[in-house]
Design a protein around this ligand. Structure first.
Ligand SMILES: Cc1ncc(COP(=O)(O)O)c(C=O)c1O
Length: 445
């Protein structure tokens, strides 16, 4: 390879399948977030590796947008799901089940702020519940969201994750940004309730709270949909104080940080207790499951005696037995401290290896990492917010870097600033091989 354009010949069957898919599937993909170039069709995945329909294999750092913390097709998780089948666990669809009680108990055990939980199928459902609970609790409707964040696909949160500077304008602080939605069909009344401010900008949250009746501030405690942007010291505590001062709820979206930062979520590291928390992704290591939980008095609105104050929780597939079995097993595995020690050692090995590679090749880059989530920013510092990212990150180099890695058998999502995810299945040999392949890829840039 003399340059980092994608090798067409290596993806012939992928192309054929995606052409075929477009005949039957609107747009050819079942989640718009999966629409990228190259449109590689994968056939199977095991541990740290992906295999595509053309017979290529890749060391995987995408992890299907992060859930596979233990690696793909972890044998213990698969056994737990098989056991659920063998034990005749089914979607009974009536009454309490042993698995949902066990899962709820485990969630409470590992995340102490969860006095009560509810179980959904996805992170989006769980964030929708967090917002509705907040509105019912506060009797207010407006919400604060973060620029560069993602909290799911539903109307209340579907703003553009990476709008252009032309769409949002230069940094304003204190102040808020024009809403750029990610979807048509969102009612104007809903759009008016969404207030978007920069991450790490406490003054702007105060500004919005002084002007609007805010029900909740919903945010990823680490901005992980534009890489890995950590909160400034005091930022999350400052949000906690503002929410208390103005009577709003603080809701942490830990769908990505959940179990990748730590078993207790990022809240266990930052020492700030939110009113509500949302988990998903790594909770069930790739099986579809979300969790909403938090303060007892707020969560009890799901079972309020007064029907006019009751918040609806419903879902045919909530706490599906196979997903629940996967989640229970995932948490049980993660409860062994050796798992996080291994994950940290492997992740640090990759980080220091990448840093030394970039240094050796004279490439200006900063590797941000919290636990097993990381991102390479092609600039001399880790961005503090979305405007900093837009102003300093070399997007074109990032795109070429990702394509070159794919050509060399290292899979990162081929779109700038997407978080990388390391799993327990990644061995030191995998990391060393990744670093060798990365060096080869860098030489083609
Ligand atoms: C931080 C965050 N919240 C919520 C969601 C939505 O989760 P799901 O795709 O399971 O609906 C995502 C998905 O990427 C996410 O990254």
């Amino acid at each position: 390879m003399s340059n980092a354009s994608i090798e067409i010949d290596r993806h012939r069957n992928s192309k054929k399948l995606s052409d075929q898919g477009r005949q039957y599937i609107a747009g050819g993909v079942v989640s718009l977030n999966r629409k990228v170039n190259p449109a590689i069709a994968f056939a199977r995945a095991q541990g740290s590796r992906l295999y595509d329909v053309d017979g290529n294999q890749y060391l995987d750092y995408h992890a299907a947008f992060a859930p596979h913390l233990l690696g793909h097709n972890n044998p213990d998780i698969n056994d737990a799901v098989r056991l659920a089948m063998d034990n005749d666990w089914s979607l009974m669809g009536s009454g309490t089940t042993t698995w949902e009680v066990r899962l709820a108990e485990l969630m409470r055990e590992v995340v102490p702020s969860l006095d009560l939980v509810q179980i959904t199928n996805t992170g989006s459902e769980a964030t929708a519940h967090a917002i509705r609970l907040s509105r019912a609790w506060t009797n207010r409707e407006d919400i604060v969201l973060i620029l560069g964040g993602y909290n799911g696909w539903h109307n209340d949160v579907a703003r553009m994750v990476m709008p252009s500077i032309g769409q949002i304008g230069p940094r304003v602080s204190p102040g808020e940004y024009p809403l750029v939605t990610m979807s048509a069909g969102i009612p104007a009344a809903t759009r008016r309730l969404m207030h978007v401010v920069n991450f790490n900008d406490i003054e702007s949250v105060d500004y919005v709270m002084r002007r609007h009746p805010i029900a909740c501030v919903l945010l990823e405690p680490v901005l992980q949909n534009v890489g890995v942007i950590p909160p400034h010291p005091g930022y999350l505590a400052g949000l906690r104080d503002l929410c208390d001062k103005y009577g709003a709820l603080l809701a942490f979206d830990e769908v990505k940080t959940g179990f990748r930062s730590a078993l207790g979520g990022y809240q266990s590291l930052c020492g700030v207790t939110p009113d509500l928390s949302v988990f998903g992704k790594a909770v069930a290591n790739g099986y579809p499951l979300g969790v909403i939980g938090g303060r007892r008095d707020v969560m009890e609105q799901f079972c309020h005696d007064d029907q006019t104050k009751r918040v609806l929780i419903a879902g045919t597939y909530n706490a599906h037995p196979f997903n629940s079995a996967a989640a229970i097993k995932t948490i049980e595995i993660l409860q062994d401290p050796a798992v996080y020690e291994t994950l940290e050692a492997t992740s640090a090995r990759l980080q220091t290896g990448l840093e030394s590679l970039f240094r050796r090749h004279g490439i200006t880059a900063s590797v941000s990492r919290i636990g097993s989530a990381f991102c390479v920013y092609f600039c001399d510092h880790i961005p503090i917010d979305y405007h900093d990212l837009l102003a300093h990150h070399d997007f074109s180099l990032d795109q070429r870097y990702r394509l070159a890695l794919i050509n060399h058998g290292v899979y990162h999502f081929p779109s700038p600033c997407k978080q990388g995810s390391i799993s327990l299945a990644h061995t030191n040999d995998d990391i060393d091989e990744t670093l060798q392949l990365t060096e080869q890829a860098i030489r083609t840039l």
